[in-house]
Design a protein around this ligand. Structure first.
Ligand SMILES: Cc1cc2nc3c(=O)[nH]c(=O)nc-3n(C[C@H](O)[C@H](O)[C@H](O)COP(=O)(O)OP(=O)(O)OC[C@H]3O[C@@H](n4cnc5c(N)ncnc54)[C@H](O)[C@@H]3O)c2cc1C
Length: 480
C-alpha cells in the first residue's frame, strides 16, 4: 500500500514527488506514457516568469513568486540548465501602454522586479526589438530553463529516495474504500492512502473518477517555431507583446537555454489535449507577430514546429485543493502558465494539504538531495574534454554532429535512475537529434546504442511514445 500515489509525471507531479521525497513515506508515481514530462511540460515557452502577470491575491501570483525562487536553487543543486534573462513586454500603441501600466501595478503588488521603459530605453536594453515600439515593461526577474530536464531532475531525486515510477500505467478508475483508495490502471490495481491528481489536461477525468466533477478542463493549444542557433544569437531577452483583450500574452520571441530561438505560441481551444498537430494558418500568424516584435528574425532558419496544450480550466486560477468528493485526493489541476515557474511551490503546497488531511509527515533520515552528475560534452572546454575522453573513450565518439553529443553521454543517460526507452527520450536527455538535421544522421546510431545497452531487439525500440514503431523486422528475414 502506498502512502501517496501521484497521478501524472509532468513538472507538477515531479515537483510533488520531489517535495514528498523529504518525508518518510512510500510514494508511487503513475504515468501513462513511457517517459516523464511528455505532456505540457515538454512543449512550452520554457520561461521562468517574473510574476507580474498573475492577478494579485491569486494562487498563481503567490506560487509563481515562491516557485521561481525555489526553482533557481533546485536548478543549481540538481544541475539543470537555467539562465537568468531580462524580459520585455513590448507596447506598440497608447492602448498597449495602458496594459503595460496595469502589468507594472500588478508586478509591484506581487513584489516582482518591474519598471517601465520608453522607446529609447527598450532599444538600449534590446537592440533587436522593433523600432516601432513605443515602450515596454521590463523585468530582471525572469529566466529561461530546460523544462524537461527540470521535471526529470526532480523525478530522479524522488526515485533515488525510493519512489516507484510506474511508466506506461494509465489510470482508468478510482475506488474509494475505508481508509484507502484503489487506483485502477490498465496494468492492474494499486492501493494508496492518498492520491495527488497531477494529470495536467486530464486532471478533470481523474477528479471525476473520484466523484468530483467540478473541475472543467478547457485545453488551449499553442504552436511554435524553433529556429536555428544563428537566430538565437539575435536577442538577449524574452520578448513578449502586450496581452490582447482576452488576456492572451501574445507571441513571444526568446532564446532557449541551448541557444535556439523560439517564436510562439498562439492560444486556440483544442478539444483533444492529445492532438499536437500544427497548421499553416496559425503558424503564418505567429510568424507575422514574431516579425513585428523582432524584424530581423530570419524564418528561413526554422528547424522545427511544435504544439503544446495548456491544461487550462474554466477557472482563472490554478485549481489546487482537496477534492470536494474525496478527502484523500488533492487536485493540482488547471496548472497552465505560469505552472512551470510555480511547480516547486505547487509541490510544497500539495505536501501541506496532504498533511492537513492527516498524512503523517516525518522527515526522511538520509534524504538524498542530489542526482548523478551529467556530462555535457558540448559545454566543456578543450582541457575538460580531453580529461573526460581519457577517463571514458566513449565521450570521444561523436554520435550527433549537429549538437556534438557523444556515445558516452547516450550510454550515461541509459544508466540513470530513470531509464530512457526511446530515441526521443534520448533526444530530450542528451540533445542527440535536436540540431539542424533533426536526427537525420544520428537516429539510426542512437537506435543501435539503445538496443545494445538495454538488451532489447531493435524492433522494440520506439521513436517516442508507446506504439511509435520504427522498424518491424529485418528485410528478407522470412527467406533465411
Ligand atoms: C504553449 C504553452 C506555453 C507555456 N509556457 C510556459 C512558460 O513559459 N512558463 C511557465 O511557467 N509555464 C508555461 N506553460 C505552462 C506549463 O507548461 C504547465 O503549467 C506545466 O507544464 C503543467 O505541468 P503538469 O505536470 O501539470 O501537466 P503535464 O506536463 O501535462 O503532465 C501531466 C501528466 O499526466 C499524465 N496523465 C494524464 N492522464 C493520465 C492518466 N489517466 N494516467 C496516468 N497519467 C496520466 C500525462 O501523460 C502527463 O505526463 C506553458 C504551457 C503551454 C502549453
Amino acid at each position: 500500500m502506498y502512502d501517496v500515489l501521484i497521478i501524472g509525471c509532468g513538472v507538477t507531479g515531479a515537483a510533488a514527488a520531489y517535495s514528498l521525497a523529504r518525508y518518510d513515506l512510500k510514494v508511487g508515481i503513475v504515468e501513462r506514457f513511457n517517459d516523464v514530462a511528455c505532456g505540457a511540460t515538454k512543449a512550452n515557452s520554457a520561461i521562468m516568469h517574473a510574476g507580474y502577470d498573475p492577478h494579485p491575491g491569486t494562487k498563481m501570483a503567490s506560487l509563481n513568486r515562491l516557485g521561481i525562487k525555489a526553482a533557481k536553487k533546485i536548478c543549481k543543486k540538481l544541475d539543470v540548465e537555467y539562465r537568468p534573462l531580462q524580459s520585455l513586454v513590448l507596447a506598440f500603441s497608447e492602448k498597449d501602454m495602458e496594459a503595460v501600466r496595469e502589468l507594472y501595478a500588478r508586478g509591484k503588488k506581487n513584489s516582482a522586479d518591474v519598471r517601465i521603459l520608453d522607446r529609447k530605453g527598450v532599444l538600449a536594453a534590446e537592440p533587436a526589438a522593433s523600432p516601432d515600439c513605443v515602450g515596454a515593461l521590463h523585468s530582471r526577474d525572469s529566466a529561461i530553463i530546460n523544462p524537461w530536464e527540470f521535471a526529470l531532475a526532480m523525478a530522479e531525486v524522488a526515485v533515488i529516495n525510493g519512489a516507484d515510477l510506474l511508466l506506461e500505467h494509465k489510470v482508468t478508475g478510482i475506488r474509494r474504500g475505508r481508509g484507502k483508495l484503489t487506483v485502477v490502471t490498465d496494468r492492474g490495481e494499486l492501493e494508496t492512502r492518498f492520491v495527488v491528481n497531477a494529470a495536467g489536461a486530464f486532471a478533470e477525468d481523474i477528479s471525476a473518477m473520484a466523484g468530483d466533477t467540478s473541475v472543467k478542463s478547457l485545453p488551449r493549444a499553442g504552436q511554435y517555431y524553433v529556429l536555428d542557433k544563428e537566430e538565437g544569437k539575435k536577442v538577449n531577452s524574452v520578448i513578449f507583446r502586450c496581452p490582447d483583450e482576452n488576456g492572451f500574452k501574445g507571441v513571444l520571441v526568446a532564446p532557449t537555454v541551448h541557444g535556439n530561438l523560439l517564436v510562439g505560441p498562439d492560444a486556440e481551444p483544442r478539444a483533444d489535449a492529445d492532438d499536437l498537430s500544427t497548421d499553416r494558418e496559425s503558424l503564418d500568424r505567429i510568424m507575422k507577430s514574431g516579425l513585428s516584435s523582432v524584424p530581423s528574425v530570419n524564418f528561413r532558419n526554422i528547424i522545427r514546429e511544435y504544439t503544446g496544450v495548456r491544461p487550462t480550466t474554466s477557472e482563472k486560477d490554478f485549481v489546487i485543493g482537496v477534492s470536494r468528493s474525496c478527502r484523500r485526493m488533492i487536485n493540482l489541476a488547471g496548472i497552465c502558465s505560469p505552472g512551470l515557474s510555480s511547480a516547486p511551490a505547487i509541490g510544497d503546497e500539495a505536501v501541506r494539504l496532504l498533511g492537513k488531511q492527516g498524512l503523517v509527515l516525518k522527515r526522511r533520515r538520509g534524504f538524498i538531495d542530489e542526482r548523478p552528475p551529467v556530462v555535457r560534452l558540448a559545454e566543456l572546454d578543450d582541457e575538460e574534454k580531453r580529461r573526460v575522453i581519457e577517463e571514458n573513450p566513449l565521450y570521444g565518439n561523436i554520435i550527433c554532429r549537429c549538437e556534438t553529443v557523444s556515445e558516452g553521454e547516450i550510454v550515461d543517460a541509459l544508466r540513470r535512475p530513470i531509464v530512457p526507452r526511446s530515441i526521443d527520450a534520448i533526444k530530450r536527455r542528451c540533445r542527440a537529434g535536436m540540431g539542424r538535421c533533426q536526427g537525420g544522421f544520428c537516429s539510426p546510431r542512437v537506435h543501435e546504442i539503445i538496443s545494445r545497452e538495454l538488451g532489447v531487439p531493435m524492433e522494440d525500440v520506439m521513436l517516442d511514445k508507446q506504439g511509435s514503431f520504427i522498424i518491424t523486422g529485418r528485410t528478407g528475414a522470412e527467406e533465411n
